[in-house]
Design a protein around this ligand. Structure first.
Ligand SMILES: *Cc1c(COP(=O)(O)O)cnc(C)c1O
Length: 366
């Protein structure tokens, strides 16, 4: 693998710092660190090893939990979508996974299990997201049934639909609805995702489920992680692999959508949509080269992008280019591509090398 291979440089200190920030926002909550989707593209096994101070991990699917167990993660692991059938339920029990149950078909699977062992379960309640969960009025019957079957219930869980809009009154209503259901039994509650635990005091429940903020990224539509005291964990980098000295009027890239307004240097960076860089990034999307922001020009290719090098004419082939991360918030790049940071992080492609930066001084990035 050459030194030019694009890399996602990962900062374990930033990761731990962001977990500490979660605890600042929600000091009395226990934390399920959400590391689904390969830890939002950062590498699930690595994430579990670095965040070993979290009380547990949350993933979407049983096979994500299995992967963490195989890697030696011994903390509680919550499977947010629960099992789909008996096979998956048995596997989950075997691996000591904690299961969120969101529909009756899953509840019915349980008695079929499993050489006398029963999984710990959280009951997922639909308080307004209308994605997964029991309607609140069915929850008492679900609880009765499970208690009657001897299943250990760990608590009630819900997901906020509008927490990224801090003033939205529906968030507090969702929290209140779950609290009412917990009732006299005082079931432990799990509500807040990143946006919830930052913006909605009532969502700082017994357990919180932060994802995106652990990676140093803001869950809100405006601002960046830095505004919230977070530090980006991933810095996506490629290198300049060619520099073209082009004439005024020269057309750049597929379709020739960019015409050089004057004689100018144009750089080619070896990162494209085949690496997870968004195809829809608009011209002008910033790229960081030699400490300067330079604009993306032309169409994004599979393996490469073009940049206008006039802001840093001294740049040479081999120079590092930062696509997002330290020095260039992924929030900004996502906005330029008409998407959200979550998607950019999750979509970093397997051919990008995940490289952990050693602790200590900052990496030799621009
Ligand atoms: C993905 C997810 C989270 C984490 O959300 P962030 O916005 O990344 O903090 C929490 N809870 C559930 C149910 C999720 O699906």
């Amino acid at each position: 693998m050459s030194g030019f291979t694009p890399r996602a440089l990962l900062d374990p200190d930033a990761f731990r710092h962001n977990l500490a920030q979660v605890r600042r926002y929600a000091p009395t909550s226990r934390v399920w660190a959400v590391i689904k989707a390969n830890a939002y593209g950062h590498g699930a096994e690595w994430a579990a090893a670095v965040l070993n101070a979290a009380e547990g991990f949350a993933v979407a699917r049983t096979d994500e939990g299995a992967r963490l167990r195989r890697a030696g993660a011994s903390r509680p692991i919550l499977v947010l979508e629960g099992p789909v059938d008996t096979d998956e339920l048995e596997a989950a029990v075997e691996l000591d996974l904690t299961l969120a149950l969101h529909r009756w078909g899953q509840v019915e699977l349980l008695p079929a299990v499993v050489r006398g062992r029963l999984p710990k379960v959280w009951i997922k309640v639909d308080t307004g997201m209308h994605r997964l969960g029991f309607p609140p009025e069915r929850v008492p019957a679900v609880l009765d049934h499970l208690i009657g079957s001897g299943v250990p219930i760990a608590g009630l869980l819900t997901h906020l639909a509008n927490a990224d809009v801090p003033e939205d009154p529906r968030s507090a209503e969702q929290c209140e609805q779950l609290r009412r259901l917990a009732g006299a039994a005082r079931w432990p509650l799990s509500i807040g995702n990143s946006a919830g635990l930052i913006a909605v005091p009532a969502a700082r429940s017994d357990w919180v489920r932060p994802g995106i903020m652990l990676y140093g990224v803001s869950p809100f539509a405006t601002g960046t992680g830095a505004d919230l005291g977070l530090v980006p964990v991933m810095t996506l980098q490629g290198r300049l692999i060619a520099i073209q000295q082009l004439r005024r009027g020269a057309a750049v890239g597929y379709g020739g959508t960019y015409i050089c307004p004057e004689d100018m240097p144009v750089g080619v960076v070896n990162v494209g949509y085949g690496d997870g860089y968004p195809r829809h990034a608009v011209p002008g999307t910033p790229v960081l080269i030699a400490g300067r922001r330079v604009p993306l020009i032309g169409r994004v290719s599979m393996d490469m992008i073009h940049v206008d090098l006039r802001p840093c004419p001294q740049a040479a082939v081999g120079e590092l280019a930062t696509l997002w991360g330290s020095g260039l918030p992924v929030e900004e790049v996502a906005a330029c591509a008409g998407t959200i940071p979550y998607e950019l992080l999750c979509r970093v492609a397997p051919r990008v090398r995940l490289e952990v930066r050693s602790s200590g001084p900052a990496p030799s990035a621009p």
